[in-house]
Design a protein around this ligand. Structure first.
Ligand code: HH2
Length: 258
């Protein structure tokens, strides 16, 4: 899954794809490089961010979705029913909701009514405050219990279970150690029985791991290492900014799997 953020302030590609022509070109390039789907987002959820209105989010993503319609498979990274509805009308196939249907009470109905795929992600707290001393009893079992509960909620709301994937939410209310423990013990999440999405790409934990305590991003090489580790532990969808590098590394890793 390639990432195209149509935002001025995303933590690693903010401003790069604000022009819809640039965003569409990036999405096409990612698709050519091997991304099966491209995740288009109009709101940054980086630590400390405040969020934008539905009108602003629509203003950012609609021109991009119009350009990609029928050309590149698209996922919409949104928590808002209104944005998801419009994106689905414009051909999006998957709704990627970082609030796991806790943000907008109308989103579950929109997804259920459309037959789209859905990604439910774990986040502790909200973007504005989530990195302020996150605490868990046990991060992996807490995240697993949360994802199981949200999966049951989504199915109860009429969304077919076969259409739902789950994501532990790397960097969303988690320390460096929490993030790596989630990857190390990923088998405890694959046991839930749904495909797992992992988004470690360029996240600050990678920069911190490599010795910069004030890092706000991580390198491509570190991202690829984390993605390969997640893949070997059972992740199905890797959400990444540097598609070519990840496709090459994952192809080699796949060929070496028993
Ligand atoms: N990470 C980000 C945004 N959406 N969705 C899922 N399912 N999993 C993730 O790990 C995830 C996500 C944050 O990364 P990015 O989109 O690059 O940054 P920003 O939120 O600043 O736009």
């Amino acid at each position: 899954m390639g990432v195209v953020n149509v935002t001025p302030d995303s933590f690693s590609d903010g401003g790069v794809n604000l022009d819809p022509n640039d965003a569409a070109a990036t999405a096409r390039r990612m698709h050519e490089e091997g991304a099966v789907i491209v995740d288009v987002g109009g709101e940054s959820t980086r630590p400390g961010s405040q969020g934008v209105t539905a009108d602003e989010e629509l203003r950012r993503v609609v021109p991009v979705l119009e350009r990609l319609q029928g050309e590149v498979p698209v996922s919409i990274d949104t928590s808002k029913a209104e944005v998801a509805r419009r994106a689905l009308e414009l051909g999006a196939e998957l709704v990627n909701d970082v609030t796991a249907l806790r943000g907008d009470p109308e989103l579950a109905g929109v997804v259920a009514g459309s037959g789209a795929y859905l990604c439910l992600m774990h986040m502790l707290g909200e973007p504005r405050t989530m990195q302020l001393d996150p605490v868990y009893d046990d991060v992996v079992s807490d995240v697993a219990a949360f994802l199981e509960e949200r999966l049951a909620f989504a199915v109860g709301a009429g969304i077919a279970e076969e259409r739902i994937c789950l994501d532990p939410g790397i960097g969303f209310g988690k320390t460096v150690e929490h993030n790596f423990e989630l990857i190390r013990r990923l088998d405890e999440l694959t046991r839930i029985g749904r495909p797992l999405v992992i988004g470690f790409s360029r996240k600050s934990s990678l920069g911190k791991l490599l010795g910069d305590p004030g890092a706000t991003t991580g390198s491509t090489a570190a991202s690829v290492g984390a993605a390969v580790a997640a893949y070997e532990r059972g992740a199905t969808i890797l959400r990444v900014h540097d598609v070519r590098e990840h496709v090459e590394a994952l192809t080699a890793a796949a060929a070496a799997l028993p």
